[in-house]
Design a protein around this ligand. Sequence first.
Ligand SMILES: Nc1nc2c(c(=O)[nH]1)N[C@H]1C(S)=C(S)[C@@H](COP(=O)(O)OP(=O)(O)OC[C@H]3O[C@@H](n4cnc5c(=O)[nH]c(N)nc54)[C@H](O)[C@@H]3O)O[C@H]1N2
Ligand SMILES: Nc1nc2c(c(=O)[nH]1)N[C@H]1C(S)=C(S)[C@@H](COP(=O)(O)OP(=O)(O)OC[C@H]3O[C@@H](n4cnc5c(=O)[nH]c(N)nc54)[C@H](O)[C@@H]3O)O[C@H]1N2
Ligand code: SF4
Ligand SMILES: [Mo]
Length: 676
Amino acid sequence: MAQPGVAPPESVVQTACPLDCPDACTLDVTVRGGRITKIDGSKDNHITNGYICAKVRPFHERIYGDDRLLYPAVRTGAKGSGKFKRVTWDDALETIAGKMREAREASAPETILPLCYGGSNGFLTHDYADAVLFRRLGASRLLRTVCAAPTGAANMGLYGKMASTSYEDYPAAKMIVIWGVNPGVSGIHLMPFLKEARDNGAFIVVIDPRSTTVARQADLHLAVRPGTDLPVALSIHRYLFEAGHANEGFLSEHAKGAAALRERAKEWTFARAADVSGIGESQIRQLAEHYVKASPALVKCGWGLERNRNGGSAAAAVLALPAVAGKFGVRGGGYSMSNSASWNLDRPWLSDPEPPTRAINMNKVGRFLTEPEGAPINVLFVYNNNPVATLPDQRRVIRGLEREDLFTVVFDQVLTDTAMYADVVLPATTFFEHYDFARGYGPITLQLGKPVIDAVGEARPNHDVFMDLARRLDLAIDGDPADELEAMLTVLSALPERVGDGLREDWKAPPPHGGRPIQFVDVFPKTPDRKIDLFPEALNKQAPKGLYGYQPDPGTAEFPLAMISPASDRTISSTLGELPRPAVTLEINPDDAAARGIDEGDAIRVWNALGDVRVRAHLTPLMRPGTVAMPKGVWRRHTANGFTSNALTPDTLADLGGGACFNDARVQVEKGENKK
Ligand SMILES: Nc1nc2c(c(=O)[nH]1)N[C@H]1C(S)=C(S)[C@@H](COP(=O)(O)OP(=O)(O)OC[C@H]3O[C@@H](n4cnc5c(=O)[nH]c(N)nc54)[C@H](O)[C@@H]3O)O[C@H]1N2
Ligand SMILES: Nc1nc2c(c(=O)[nH]1)N[C@H]1C(S)=C(S)[C@@H](COP(=O)(O)OP(=O)(O)OC[C@H]3O[C@@H](n4cnc5c(=O)[nH]c(N)nc54)[C@H](O)[C@@H]3O)O[C@H]1N2
Ligand code: SF4
Ligand SMILES: [Mo]
């Protein structure tokens, strides 16, 4: 115990951020008397470079905040009422195990669905003990499609997820095309490298319906209509092929499928693509002409362009550009997207195979809960996920969670909008209270995060809870890591020796190719024949109109505005959404507002056939006319009627990978009272 009047000693401890963010920062955490008093970026990591985002800096407000879950609890009021009573871990886990036993004894383990996604990207917090439990149980499988499914399918199909150009090599580029990504918000440590590139004279192009920070700094900004990137990319391919700028030598040596791509691109003249995407023909031409000439030329493909019906083909067409134009083989050239597969680690520590049970697309969870196909879901186990805030068609998700016959477990750090509907709530540790492995998906980094404080309240790490349940259900076997520490050590020894040693010695692993691979010099496609497949048959079969087949927006007079819901600087998806924030607004172009008699700050109603959201209007010329934006990840408490952007997003699927169509929301807006 500290003596009265004597300040407890202070220490600065290092750990790593495993949140769903490309940057994977190294953190310097100040701890005094067992409590975190300050969180900052470390200088030891050249990407973090001594600063972090404004979201994680106040993370201790989550750890010690009013919304933190401190002990297990069971529901005492109606679903959604938020009334719970404290119980012991033993009682809570016995209740859950009892429900799972019932399902197993009725030979219906598929009535159990684990619902998990982006709360943490760490190796220990998902796809380890949780997978052990649910795979051995034979529960329904979850297709994790809310994010990166279309871009991932495209990257896998064309390149087998080849490692891509890392942040450090952007400054070598003479041209950078930033396509559907907003690094000023969603991966802030890329920004200094982009600035360096610009200072070196690189020509920067941004393709985004909004004038984001990067768009305002760019040499050329193509403010496309959401969902129309495919025609734009195909028109560039058409130009490359027809004007003799395709690198035929490279294509014949390293690629197949070029003829099919050329055929699909044929109809997309610059004029047609410009007409469909609502931008100037000369803008696309300028982009294409620059791209032909520039070397090294880099295409950075983000996730904003994938969240619509054409998202998969759009990503594939964008990723095909460096192949057709011959932009590989130089530092700072090629393409850059998720680097999560660049370590070539396939979770060797997880030996249980996936059972052949039914797979449920997570974009359809609301629909599945309300209109089941086959056996209904009776036990829903939510962790690393906040479906009420982050899944499409919020009202349907809520109706599903309100089902009286559904037993819902929510295992989280705070009382989320979803936890309000739980039958049993379990408190989880944060990454400041447990071990984890943080792998960057922008830069190629891998670090070991360690607990810097004791668990708060009775919170427990994911591994311990899932192993505990496995034991209760007689599913644990010899060799399963008993607790989180053993799991961490098991992962360390299952990793390639160089990687494991690096993590043991200084918490950081030495990345392959020094973290700066040059595509087609150091790394090659991981497709079976090591060639680029510009027209993978599997993708062609999946897409409703075939690969690169454009699905037009039918449009309606009733809901004429395209609503997008991009990442904001306040939350990581919905994480940290419990903290106070400025009023949520709908960003709208002044012309669209004027046409509706709406002024800055007016209370408005935004609606479509799925529901309505009541917020205030923010008029900004940075929005493209005809497009409006409401941030992703907002909590229900932050809007006037308790519904958020996802109350307006459809649960339809993208052309590839079963991906989400958040940005296919079409809405109308009117002035209106902001009342519940
Ligand atoms: N601060 C913060 N950082 C985050 C996150 C967060 O929530 N907050 N989330 C993390 C996660 S989970 C992810 S997946 C990444 C996402 O990172 P990003 O790829 O940046 O994804 P978004 O913010 O969805 O969209 C990026 C941009 O695409 C634009 N856009 C929308 N529709 C289209 C379209 O049809 N075409 C084109 N060309 N552009 C379009 C949007 O206006 C937006 O500026 O960020 C990660 N980083
Ligand atoms: N409208 C709209 N919605 C979107 C998107 C969009 O563009 N528009 N983007 C989508 C994208 S890109 C993504 S990635 C998804 C993400 O959506 P989600 O998967 O819901 O991700 P988060 O909201 O970040 O985190 C979910 C919860 O995990 C909890 N958590 C964190 N760490 C742990 C842990 O160690 N253990 C346990 N048990 N819980 C933990 C957090 O407290 C948080 O409440 O949202 C999607 N939703
Ligand atoms: S969320 Fe991203 S920018 Fe913020 S601390 Fe974590 S890794 Fe760094
Ligand atoms: Mo995401």
